[in-house]
Write a protein that binds this ligand. Sequence first.
Ligand code: ARG
Length: 252
Amino acid sequence: MKKLIALVLVLVLCLSLAACAKGATLDDVKKTGKLTVATSPDFPPFESLEGGKVVGIEVDILNLIAEELGVELEIVQMDFDSVLTAIKSAKYNCGMSGITANEDRKKNMLFTDPYYNAAQVIVVKADSAIKAKADLEGKTVSVQTGTTAEAGCQDEGLTVQAFTANADAKAALTTGKVDAWVVDNLTAIQMVEEGDGLTILEEKMTEEPYAFAFAFGSEDLVAEINKIQAKLIADGTVEQIFTNYGETYMKP
Ligand code: ARG
């Protein structure tokens, strides 16, 4: 009986420790010499795979930030919805995934200041009768699981098919399983350019800011990164990075 009570106590202790896992401080990160970064590299031009390596606008920005902090980036790949869970539970230091910093997510994690103003767009087949947001009524749309597109389309009362991988959300449209695909603007441009007879509607679904995500407890690390990021925005470095990828920079 005593053994059982002891076991239960240990279990409760483990669970409560796990529940309040804290994000790394600036000092923690400097001591380990690395910033661990969780990402879903299916989101060009922000993060995608090139010969097994994660490349993109956010990789370039974070590399400059890491350099200023005097640490290395350690990038770990996973699905988009896992990125959010991994950051919430402080499994990795930083979430890099074109993450929209919204009020809902701010209940569960910290965000840097936004660095880019993005939008959700509607992608349809070039010959589709859907020409505007209002035409989506009663239609089926594909989205990536855990994204603001998923939440937004559900709020609009649309029939939503969610896919873990972004490419599968697109494929659902090209193969005619859904009527439209809702995704972030620059990713839409890049993935529509792959040439599958798709087109992006002029009318946007939403506008939303991107930021890097951290676990609660990383307040001083986020403050330091905000300073570095502000400098990189002010001196035109961030804009130059967007230009390097052929994109126009939209300041938040
Ligand atoms: N901006 C959207 C969100 O935060 C989509 C991000 C998807 N990112 C990705 N790497 N697949 O929900």
